[in-house]
Design a protein around this ligand. Structure first.
Ligand code: KG4
Ligand code: ZN
Length: 345
């Protein structure tokens, strides 16, 4: 099976060709960073317009790189949500148009399901597994029990982890996008210099909270001498923040492991996915948590943790294998929770 994937839900325009033998034949990601940087964040209108400008070229390039013609495709999968609606409409419309013109099946993929199933493309992980999904818009702990079968064990009650990284980066003048900048700044920093809170640590359940931590970083930054941050202060604050996030993720994940084991006593894989999973320090911390609970940590390579279309093509393959396709009347969804019993967060 060979599937074309299209991803346009945020600020990456991406197209990929993936096979059911778990082979990525092409995966192109065009970052819109430069377009959004002057505004310090993603501007939805600019994102949608930029997807429109580049998507058809990117699809053609992906097919050429994969040496695949439209007629060899077994399906076309496009992100159907959740995300910035203008961008999702661009990708879904392109996917439907190609499916109609070439008489191929169309699959609307939940972006979060793309992140959630990536570990099956990269590491052939079998169900069930515990997933820590940490991105710019989402922080969740989920029991992944099958394609389309997710049980949410915990979620953020305020900010997403990636959002906290982005906001802290802005406060520290580290620019956009924040995650990689904070990680780099933290490399030479002292993680115990600033005494920052670990929200919800030790509390029952597996929910997260990051807004108090973010405020504490702002207060710590304000306590420093006015003017530009000294490089040492900046590094120490970034490292202290990242360590606090690591402690929170470790604690909440440990709680989720207990909840997960109650459902699946023999399961032993912890997966971390989403853009924040690209962070090496956090991956190391989660590796410790997994080891302490006799679990194996699976973390896809960073380029498959941040937004890409290979994960969308793969989720399309998983759905096509089960005979799950979507009609051309599929309506793009700005909100689309993975666990239908839980609200989006
Ligand atoms: O999954 P993703 O690419 O897009 C969403 O679906 O949201 O995640 C983007 C988020 C951003 O908030 C970004 O700052 C964060 O992932 N991120 C990181 C790192 N790389 C990306 N956060 C921490 N450390 C990183 N190295
Ligand atoms: Zn994402």
């Amino acid at each position: 099976m060979i599937v074309l994937g299209i991803e346009t839900s945020c600020d990456e325009t991406a197209a990929a060709v993936v096979t059911d033998a778990r082979l990525i034949r092409a995966s192109l990601v065009l970052s819109q960073l430069e377009q959004h940087r002057p505004f310090g964040g993603v501007v939805p209108e600019i994102a949608a317009r930029t997807h429109l400008d580049h998507l058809d070229r990117l699809v053609r390039e992906a097919l050429a790189q994969a040496h695949v013609g439209f007629d060899e495709l077994d399906g076309i999968a496009a992100t159907g949500g959740p995300g910035l609606i203008g961008g999702v409409i661009v990708g879904v419309t392109m996917g439907k148009a190609l499916a109609l013109a070439r008489d191929r099946p169309f699959v609307a993929v939940n972006h979060l399901e793309g992140h959630a199933l990536t570990c099956r493309l990269t590491d052939d992980v079998s169900f069930p597994y515990l997933l820590l999904l940490v991105s710019g818009g989402h922080s969740q702990l989920l029991a992944v029990e099958g394609v389309g079968r997710y049980a949410r064990l915990g979620t953020t009650i305020d900010d997403a982890v990636g959002e906290a990284f982005d906001k802290v980066a802005k406060m520290l003048g580290l620019g956009f996008p924040g995650g990689p900048a904070v990680e780099t700044a933290a490399l030479d920093g002292d993680p115990v210099r600033f005494d920052l809170p670990r929200p919800l640590r030790g509390r029952p359940g597996a929910d997260f909270s990051f807004s108090g931590l973010k405020t504490a970083v702002r207060l710590a930054a304000e306590s420093l001498p006015p003017g530009a941050f000294a490089p040492g202060d900046l590094a120490d604050l970034a490292a202290s923040f990242q360590a606090a996030v690591g402690d929170v993720l470790a604690d909440r994940t440990a709680h989720a492991i207990a909840l997960f084991r109650a459902r699946h006593p023999a399961a032993h894989v912890l997966v971390v996915a989403g853009g924040v999973a690209a962070n090496a320090a956090l991956r190391a911390r989660l590796g410790e948590v997994a080891a302490a609970h006799d679990m194996r940590l699976v973390a896809p390579p960073p380029r498959l943790c941040t937004d890409n279309a290979a994960m969308i093509a793969w989720a399309g393959i998983e759905r096509l294998r089960l005979g799950l396709t979507d009609g051309l009347d599929f309506a793009p969804r700005p909100r689309w929770p993975l666990d239908p019993h839980a609200e989006a967060a």
